[in-house]
Ligand binder design. Sequence first.
Ligand SMILES: *[C@@H]1O[C@H](CO)[C@@H](O)[C@H](O)[C@H]1NC(C)=O
Ligand SMILES: *[C@@H]1O[C@H](CO)[C@@H](O)[C@H](O)[C@H]1NC(C)=O
Length: 355
Amino acid sequence: MVTMLSGYLLAVFGLCATALAIPSQIPFSSIENVRKIDTWALNPTGDAAVIRVKSGSQHELHLLAINAQFTVPSVLYDAANAQARYTFLDDQTILTATPESEGHEGVWDLTTQTLNYTTLPPAYPPSASKHNKLGEVTLGSDLKELVHSAQAGVLTVVLPENLVLIEVAQHEEGWTIKGEPRLVKHKELIYLFDLRDTSSSPVLLRHSTKSQLTSTAFGNGENIAWLADHRLWLSVGRDQGEVQLNFDLSPEKIVFSKDGEAIYLLAPHDDQQSLFHLWTPSKSETIPITPVRIPSNGTIHSAIHVGITPLDHAHLIGIKSDSAKGEGKELWVISHSPHEDPTYNYENIRLTYFT
Ligand SMILES: *[C@@H]1O[C@H](CO)[C@@H](O)[C@H](O)[C@H]1NC(C)=O
Ligand SMILES: *[C@@H]1O[C@H](CO)[C@@H](O)[C@H](O)[C@H]1NC(C)=O
C-alpha cells in the first residue's frame, strides 16, 4: 500500500500484506459489543482525528481533538457508512469518500467538511460543517486507503491493484477537483512517482518476483524504506541495500519518525504486536542494529509519528487494543525517550473517551 507521502513523491508497491490475526484470549462474544475504531484519519499536525467506531452492527463517526496532556472527549457526529474512507486535506478539512447509494455501482462521492476544534483548555467539543460535494469518481467497490499529498495537491486513492490520482486545489470558495482522475497500475514493483509532473513516467525503484514487497515509507531526503519478505531495506538515492538487523521477529510495517532520524518496525511477538525503534542507519553502517522495543500492553495495529516534544520524547499516535483486558481498538499516544532506555521512559496515553 501507500504509506507516506513526502514532498512530491509517491512510492507504491503491489502485493498486499496478509492481515494479522488478533490474539483472542477472551471469548469472542464478550468482546463483540465493545466499541472499537475500525478506520481513522489523523490531521497533518496530529491534533485532531476523525474515527469511525463499530459498536455491534452500527457504525458511528466521532470527531476528536487531541491533547496528550488532558482528555478532550470525542463527539459522536453521525451514523457512518461502513465502506467510507477518510483523510484530511489540511488540519481543518476532512475529506470523505462514500459509495453512491442509488444505482451507480462503483461510483464514489467525494465530499469535504470543515472541522471546528480546539485543543486549548477548556476545549469545546469539536464540530463539523455540512458536506460540500467535490465530485464523483468511478473507483469500483474495494477502496483501501486515501492519501493526500499537500505539496503536490494530489489525492491518491489506493485500490487493490490500482491507484487513482486526483488533483485537488483550494480556492476561496473551498476545495475543488482539477482535471480528470488518472489510473495507475501497481504490482510486484516499487515505483516512484513525481506527483508535480503527472505526464512524467514513474521511476522503477525495485522489482522483485522472488520476495514480497510491502510497507513502503518515506524518510528524510532520499531515504525510502520497505520490507522484502519482512526484512528491512533502505534506498538512498541510487544505493539500495538490506539493513543488517539483530532481530528475529517479522516486521509487518515501517513507520518513519517525522524528522526521518528514526525507524519504527511494527512486529508481532508473544500474542501481541509492538513498535521497535532503531536510528536510521547511514550508508557506512556495518554492525547489525538491535531494534529496541517500546513498551506497550496489547496489540498496536497502526501508528503515525507525530513529533518530538521539547523534553525529547517521541510521540506516536496509533490504534491499540488489549484483548486480554477486553478492550476494543482505541486511539493511544505511545511516547518514549529515544535516547534513554524506553523501559523506564515511556507512557501510553489513551485518547478515546466516548461521549
Ligand atoms: C466553533 O465552535 C465554537 C463552540 O461551539 C464556537 O463558539 C465558535 O464560534 C465556532 N467557530 C466557528 C468558526 O464556527
Ligand atoms: C502492562 O501490564 C503490566 C502487567 O500486566 C502492568 O504492570 C503495567 O502497568 C501495564 N502497563 C500499561 C502501560 O498498561
